[in-house]
Design a protein. Structure first.
Length: 396
């Protein structure tokens, strides 16, 4: 088997069981390896360290499959890892009963580059690196056996694949499209899920618990939901008894789905919902000029900083929307502000929101720190997995 030899001293991160090996840590590759092939990782002195997937076109030259240098990476390996990931979720009370559930969360489930989400009896898999690309058949077969799903769709079309030298791939791997639009019930609210062309794998499962918190906070409050996508936060706010909910997004198709979702829940008061197809930044400015105020504001923007290199530029965008958020809050109002940018850590995000409050002339305090739910675990040795950060703030 080919050997990936590290430079002297570059085995320290592997000793801490971090699964990424960067190009700057590599001395040489002995033998021949194609993208995705398994290589033996060894220290400069030849000491065996791990088994990893080789990715010559990425800055992350290898991702560790196993820190046991003797473990065999084969079909049975993926079956074991996938079964273990699913069983971990079974142990969490009430979690496995969710219609929408993340089954595999990449590195934090010891399967770098593998994402799998369940929507009812359908599973969506996303392969983002050269290693899982090579083992697609084994991964799909293990997901089918482990979940007993009726259909499985692959959504390996994220931009990150280009960094691996991989083209976008999508299609049915098991079964075919259901005859009716796919829906799930999340905390009592029915939502459409477009697994073929929707964002991510079709839905933002990572905000499930935070949407429920919005419901708990919404009673009697006027709500503004920015970057509303298909209305997840909006419908939960209506379910919680919000007096009115204004939802803004620049995607007409997403807003159309949001309205469909509202119609799927006739027990919600549609008269309290307003939808606006507009640029969020421009609309926030217009609302400020119109002297509108709200009791609860949700800011859940797209990923402004895909990497640390984009952090400073993204910080300006996060700051701007949070300045408007604080300015539009009634006294005592609540701001739920999020960042899903991996290039901005929790401390940096808090500084951004704090600066925004000062710029808006508001005193505010953090009531709660917000994160992804338990089906999106973060391995202690892989802090990069902690991508979703949120703050629940109250302004004076």
């Amino acid at each position: 088997m080919p050997q990936l030899v590290l430079l002297p001293g570059k085995d320290r991160t592997l000793a801490r069981r971090h699964p990424w090996i960067f190009a700057g840590s590599v001395d040489k590759l002995t033998g021949r390896a194609r993208p995705g092939d398994t290589v033996d990782v060894v220290a400069a002195n030849g000491r065996p360290l791990a088994k990893a997937a080789w990715s010559p076109q990425s800055k992350i030259r290898a991702r560790v499959w196993s820190f046991d240098p003797e473990e065999i990476i084969d079909d049975a390996f993926f079956k074991r890892r996938i079964q273990a990931a699913v069983e971990r979720r079974r142990t969490m009370p009430g979690l496995f009963d969710q219609d929408g559930l993340r089954l595999i969360h990449g590195e934090s489930d010891d399967l770098p580059g593998v994402i799998a989400d369940r929507y009812g009896d359908s599973v969506v898999v996303q392969l983002t690196a050269a290693g899982p690309e090579k083992w697609r058949q084994a991964i799909v077969a293990a997901l089918q056996r482990t979940t007993g799903c009726a259909r499985l769709y692959e959504r390996s079309d994220s931009d990150v694949r280009r960094l691996e030298g991989l083209e976008p791939v999508a299609g049915w791997r098991l079964g075919e499209a259901p005859p009716e639009p796919l829906t799930i019930v999340e905390n009592g609210v029915t939502m459409k899920v477009d697994i073929v062309s929707g964002h991510k794998t079709g839905f933002y499962l990572d905000q499930r618990d935070n949407r429920l918190l919005t419901r708990d906070l919404a009673a009697g409050r006027s709500v503004l939901n920015c970057f509303c996508y298909t209305g997840g936060f909006s419908l939960q706010a209506l379910a919680g008894g919000a007096s009115c909910v204004l939802s803004i997004d620049s995607s007409a198709p997403a807003l159309a789905t949001a309205k469909d979702n509202l119609a799927l829940n006739p027990w919600l008061d549609a008269q309290r919902a307003e939808w606006r197809d507009a640029d969020v930044f421009s609309e926030l400015r217009a609302l400020k000029n119109a002297d509108r105020r709200f009791d609860l504001i949700v800011l859940d923007p797209p990923k402004f900083a895909p990497s640390a290199a984009h952090a400073e530029q993204a910080a300006r965008a996060y700051r701007d929307i949070n300045v408007f958020g604080f300015r539009l809050l009634n006294p005592g109002g609540l701001l739920m502000s999020y960042s899903c940018s991996g290039g901005i850590d929790a401390d940096f995000f808090q500084r951004i929101v704090a600066e925004a409050a000062v710029a808006a002339g508001r005193d505010a305090r953090i009531l709660r720190r917000l994160a992804a739910p338990a089906d999106h675990p973060v391995a202690l040795r892989f802090s990069e997995g902690d991508y979703l950060k949120g703050l629940l703030c109250q302004a004076d």
